[in-house]
Design a protein around this ligand. Structure first.
Ligand SMILES: *Cc1c(COP(=O)(O)O)cnc(C)c1O
Length: 359
């Protein structure tokens, strides 16, 4: 048994999941084993959607594995990375007993999935040291030991701070947590950062998991395609816990098309533009008097602190611009998160804020 599986919920160790019709290895030409309609719908569009899909669409899985430089067995295609987060919490945490640790301010889904599973949430807040967010590594390791934490979620580049963890930090943490808790690095914004992916450490640490998604840089948020990269034995377990057919065939087809050579080239060019725009937006914001802090970002968004945050939020709204209000998050009582849009949209943000300053 791989080291990652030793941390699995004991009650799930010999659980084989639902045995769906598509998981049989039978081959034939007349398929009467899944109560499907023998004929496609009028809406079909050539995808044979009268049939249940491959639980792990093979071509897509192989393409994603090549993109992230892992073997196909190390990858599970999920309904967005949100599904990956949920499956991981379910796999490792018994309700009321096994904890989930996070480093707020961070993405909210880790806490939501912990709550739904009844897993105690342990906060180990980031420390804001003069514009640099720092992970409290000793506190994180203590939390794992003292509060029975089974899974640690970190995001890099982090939402909402924009900061990325370097690979040495991840290696150090993965080494300290080995055999004690699973370390999940959520790389939803990895394409906007020059920092190496934690997936390069997978072979070294069987308790390490990396999440990727097509929702951001690949512009497919509506298709719900993400993936979990992990030890092949852990991938097999997560597949057993998931819904029988987690990946809708139209979404798989779209994702595969988006991963054509032309699709990858387009995504890379758009990332470069987003990075240029991000830096321009940051400079523009920094030049405004009511702005007290713009954190450096390696994502496609900026976390910004203002003197009069409510006025700024209202001014943007009255210009028709909706940004994310971060004020309910601990330590971010004066902050908004602004996604980098098109050049025209970013210019509109700056124009609206210049008016706010003038007002
Ligand atoms: C946007 C985002 C995701 C993406 O979730 P999907 O379910 O793949 O759309 C994951 N993690 C973080 C931190 C995000 O900000």
């Amino acid at each position: 048994m791989s080291a990652a599986l030793e941390l699995l919920r004991p009650d799930l160790r010999d659980f084989a999941g639902y045995s769906s019709a598509r998981r049989t290895s039978a081959s034939g030409s007349v398929w009467l084993n899944a109560n499907e309609s023998p004929e496609p719908s009028i809406a079909d569009g050539g995808l044979s959607l009268n049939r249940y899909p491959d639980p792990q669409p093979r071509a897509l899985r192989e393409r994603l594995a090549a993109l992230y430089a892992v073997a196909p067995e190390q990858l599970m295609v999920t309904r967005g990375s949100d599904e990956g987060i949920d499956l991981l919490v379910r796999a490792f945490c018994r309700a009321g007993r096994d904890g989930v640790a996070v480093a707020p301010p961070c993405f909210g889904m880790y806490a939501v999935c912990a709550r739904v599973q009844g897993a105690p949430l342990v906060d180990v807040p980031l420390m804001d040291a003069d514009g640099q967010w720092r992970l409290n590594l000793p506190a994180l390791v203590d939390a794992v030991t003292e509060r029975n934490v089974r899974i640690v979620f970190l995001c890099s580049p982090a939402n909402p701070t924009g900061q990325a963890l370097d690979i040495d930090q991840i290696r150090t943490l993965a080494a300290s947590l080995a055999g004690r808790a699973v370390l999940v690095i959520d790389e939803a914004y990895g394409e906007y950062s020059a920092i190496a992916s934690a997936s390069t450490l997978l072979a070294e640490f069987p308790g390490l998991v990396v999440l990727r998604t097509m929702s951001k840089a690949y512009a497919l948020a509506g298709a719900r395609i993400g993936c979990v990269l992990a030890d092949p034995e852990l991938i097999a377990v997560l597949r057993n816990l998931s819904a029988p057919y987690p990946v809708p065939a139209p979404s798989a087809a779209l994702a595969l098309a988006a991963l054509s050579d032309a699709g990858i080239t387009q995504a890379r060019q758009r990332c470069e533009l987003a990075i240029t725009e991000r830096e321009a937006l940051r400079r523009g914001l920094l030049s405004l008097p009511g702005v007290t802090r713009v954190y450096p970002s390696q994502g496609n968004y900026l976390l910004v602190r203002f003197n009069r945050t409510q006025d700024v939020f209202d001014r943007l709204l009255s210009a028709g611009i909706v940004v994310r209000d971060m004020r309910a998050m601990e330590g971010l009582g004066d902050a908004l998160r602004i996604t980098v849009g098109t050049p025209a949209e970013n210019a509109a943000v700056l124009a609206a804020l210049q008016q706010e300053v003038a007002a």
